[in-house]
Design a protein around this ligand. Structure first.
Ligand code: GAL
Length: 505
């Protein structure tokens, strides 16, 4: 069922108040998108503006509270009793965040008003947050990905990065800074947001029953996948169930094909806008993408990622390419569905998770983080981010989220699914880590351009138009990195061992 259809205003807010909230936020999104483009992007858009969205504003109850181990030593004197947190973890994605917030409120007595703007990957939320930042009325805390995405918020703020709390010392205090994901998240040695998890983007989920029915094996290479899709198409069965309604799984698919074709080094160059648009890997990946897009179900434009997962679970197609938030969704919502990792496929398994073909040994990281704008609610915002990112917070959040924690010492036994336990091992054994382009590793205007471009490519198969979009996206990405002077990681340990030319001490 679609997230958009399932979100409702909860009890506790009057209809009139709810109306006002919706009006304010929807206006904020619309104004935000328009103003954002006017302010930070001089490159013409190739995408349609975001659809009108339904907005949930919920004061979360503390029903999902687990026992907290530490006593409330931090004083909350002088802090507001209620703060606002902006996120896109709405609808069927709400379980982990609700548990986290419930525990925070129980421990510190501060209510967190979760403003969940639906749309996977933040397709709508990011622009709502940008609008509030531009208007000088940011929330106490908001969800952001590690990667240049946060620099887009700096660009939108009146005093640039000075409008956000530098959380490096907080990360030191809670031992987070020593963890490899947190180190990778740094911008020139500083953390402006605190990582709370580690998701993986380069996964393919398969319905084992569909594979068995057509005598197919899990694909290990792109050729295997193309062959499986050929067989399924001959039987009129959708091969890849990707979703157009919330856009992101389509670019997400292109990204994984590109990663398989280009390899991690060129992938990192793409993130910095340094890869030539004429690189043969872009052409090859895009041609494969077009072939695979022909195997989407006929209703793909009306599916969002949760309804694509629903179709996969129900056997309406063979594969879905997505991140391991799918694991959280299946665990929380499809209680009788058994998931297996590719390393241990048992006969009673329903859904198999594997690295996307050709990307074995690579961890395409998606790291959710919390940023705190400078302002009157800053202290409470920092307290919330600190709790969320702490070992205690990550132990509450990650098991339900489908992700794994950033702290290497947290044992795999805390995770309820075999996939998460497998991911801990996969991450440890991974030879390369990259940052997902669809989830944080692009500036927000570049991201929006590619999101829309990938949808147009899947619809029209017009490769030339797509190459133009990629070329202008790469140029803008480079320009924005250059003008920021920033890079991922620190001078001592730059991300992926690569210090871009604009990184000057
Ligand atoms: C990603 C985010 C995940 C999950 C997913 C689907 O961008 O990092 O935590 O929310 O989108 O919405």
């Amino acid at each position: 069922m679609s997230v958009l259809k399932t979100v409702n205003l909860r009890r506790g807010i009057s209809k009139a108040a709810a109306g006002v909230i919706i009006a304010v936020i929807v206006t904020a999104i619309v104004v935000g998108v328009v103003t954002y483009y006017a302010a930070v992007s001089s490159v013409p858009r190739t995408t349609a503006p975001p659809k009108t969205v339904t907005v949930t504003k919920t004061v979360v109850s503390t029903t999902a509270v687990t026992k907290t181990t530490t006593s409330p030593t931090t004083t909350t004197a002088g802090m507001p009793k209620k703060i606002t947190f902006y996120t896109w973890w709405a609808g069927l994605e709400r379980f982990a965040i609700d548990a986290l917030i419930g525990n925070f409120t129980k421990k510190y007595g501060i209510k967190v008003v979760k403003t969940a703007v639906p749309g996977g990957a933040g397709v709508n939320a990011k622009f709502a947050i940008l609008a509030l930042i531009m208007a000088g009325k940011p929330p106490a805390a908001f969800q952001v990905h590690c990667g240049p995405e946060i620099i887009s918020y700096f660009m939108a703020a009146p005093h640039k990065e000075k409008d956000f709390v530098d959380l490096t010392d907080v990360a030191k205090e809670i031992g987070l800074i020593k963890t490899p994901p947190a180190h990778a998240c740094m911008l020139a040695g500083h953390l402006y947001s605190l990582p709370v998890n580690l998701h993986r983007a380069n996964l393919i989920f398969m319905n084992k029953h569909v594979l068995d029915k057509y005598g197919l094996k899990p694909p290990k290479t792109l050729d295997d996948l193309l062959n499986d899709c050929k067989v399924l198409s001959q039987h009129g069965v959708p091969c890849l169930i990707q979703a157009g309604a919330d856009q992101f799984t389509v670019l997400h698919l292109w990204e994984q094909i590109f990663l398989a074709v280009a390899g991690p080094k060129k992938f990192v160059q793409f993130m910095y806008g340094l890869l030539s648009p004429d690189d043969p890997s872009i052409k090859k990946a895009s041609e494969i993408f077009v072939e695979l897009s022909k195997t989407f179900p006929s209703n793909w434009m009306s599916l969002d990622w949760t309804s694509a997962v629903d179709a996969l679970v129900k056997g309406k197609g063979a594969f879905h390419v997505d991140g391991d938030w799918v694991v959280g969704l299946v665990y929380n919502v499809y209680k009788n569905t058994k998931m297996c990792s590719i390393d241990n496929i048992t006969p009673d398994c329903d859904i198999i998770a594997a690295p996307f073909p050709g990307t074995q040994g690579i961890y395409d990281m998606v790291i959710d983080a919390i940023a705190v704008p400078v302002g009157p609610e800053e202290k409470a915002g920092v307290l919330f981010a600190k709790f969320f990112a702490s070992e205690e917070g990550q132990r509450i959040f990650n098991p339900l989220k489908g992700s794994i924690a950033d702290y290497p010492d947290i044992p795999p036994s805390i995770y309820p699914t075999v996939i998460q336990k497998w991911e801990v091992k996969q991450y440890r054994e991974s030879k390369y880590q990259v940052f997902s382009l669809t989830h944080g590793a692009l500036f927000s205007d570049v991201w929006k351009k590619l999101l829309g471009g990938a949808i147009v490519l899947a619809q029209t198969k017009n490769l030339n138009l797509w190459y133009q979009t990629v070329s202008s996206a790469l140029a803008t990405e480079k320009k924005e990195w250059e003008s920021s002077g920033l890079f991922l990681g620190s001078y001592q340990e730059p991300f992926a061992g690569f210090l871009p030319p604009w990184a000057k001490k």
